[in-house]
Design a protein around this ligand. Sequence first.
Ligand code: NAD
Length: 455
Amino acid sequence: MKITIIGTGYVGLVTGACLAELGNDVFCLDVDHNKIEILNSGGIPIHEPGLDEIVARNRAAGRLVFSTDVAASVAHGDVQFIAVGTPPDEDGSADLQYVLAAARNIGKHMKGFKVIVDKSTVPVGTAERVAAAIQDELAQCASTATFSVVSNPEFLKEGAAVEDFMRPDRIVIGCDDNSLGNLARAQMKKLYTPFNRNHERTYWMDVRSAEFTKYAANAMLATRISFMNELANLADQVGVDIEAVRHGIGSDPRIGHSFLYAGCGYGGSCFPKDVQALERTAQDYGQDLLILHAVEAVNEKQKQVLGAKIMKRFGSDLNGRHFAIWGLAFKPNTDDMRAASSRVLLSELLRAGATVAVYDPVSMAEAKRVFALDFADTPELLANIHYATNPMDALDQADALAIVTEWKAFRSPDFEQVKAKLKQAVIFDGRNLFEPAVMTELGVEYHGIGRSVLT
Ligand code: NAD
């Protein structure tokens, strides 16, 4: 099938590459010339395991094209995926300017019938706004072209995006129940047939319910994390091991084991903004989502938990102190640092007077870019960040190590070397990678999240 993907970011690039891998003829559009240039010269602008091979293979086969040419992109695809960003607006609602700009571009150039797919995470009612924007453009050029807007939210996880896209738990598609909607449904069914070969994974519904499903999923996952984080903070007070509790409750099939890990807060481009956007939608309808309000507040506080533990141990004036941070990305296997907990910790340590050595397996370039923005008002603090070339280098003469991202490479370090490098053998483990008893045996002063068992 002939497919256009508008927006070649984490979602658009993975969607485009994976659909090309299945034999479709895919045209990826982006307004970012730099990104398209990187892709056209054989590079990949993001870190995503397995993506480079798929992109290279399909580019070489001529099934995957990258371009900034809007008219050509609209002419290409019978199905037009909108996969642009929907960042939070100042009031927390999803900023739809990129989605609506993409829609207008389609309206300006389209001929015949097109299926327009909202792949971006967008609030309930967005498909109607997309349709209105396209219709408005068609009216301006007296076009008789027709279209139907479909909602097909994306559930891939960064770091496992290719695998998630190729083997999805579910495919959610919302279509209108009318003649153009039926045409769109038939096209979507054809496109996703290879994914449903072994069993049917598609959940068909109305457009608004599909839009809502994406927010409900992320809100539920964020809720589980904040719930466990709040309990972990209590566990620290009352002398309970939250890891034991996690196993104890996760074994109940009604609860399950996933997303019960206590830590130093969730980040990324999705949970924080989607929780906020859903709260905002509710407000528009005169409702307060009390649970989600708490989920967000708990998470904001949790991002400060490592800083608070460090200051409890070393005092609030950290002048003359030096710390190491392992892990900058918001989670492992990605270079994405949007809303990452590491940014909160780094800022707290630097503003309290400390110097900090940071290390991440893939986010070092992104870290430099992001920190320059974070400290634009206090550029003198940037000089207090040392970018280490490996995890051990980061530990040199540090008063303590703080772990923020659970990269596999951090799970089994040579603890004798860790101790030798650190000025003091103190570890603040924001992802509960290690066993407190083992740390005590090794002579490491260990501070996990919710692991202060009374002995
Ligand atoms: P991203 O910022 O990585 O990519 C968006 C791309 O769209 C950028 O490259 C930008 O230049 C481009 N763009 C903006 N306006 C454009 C236009 N008019 N025409 C063409 N290109 C345009 O964003 P992302 O992380 O891929 O997220 C995209 C959407 O998918 C968001 O709504 C997000 O919430 C949702 N989503 C993201 C993830 C994730 O893990 N990143 C997962 C599921 C859903």
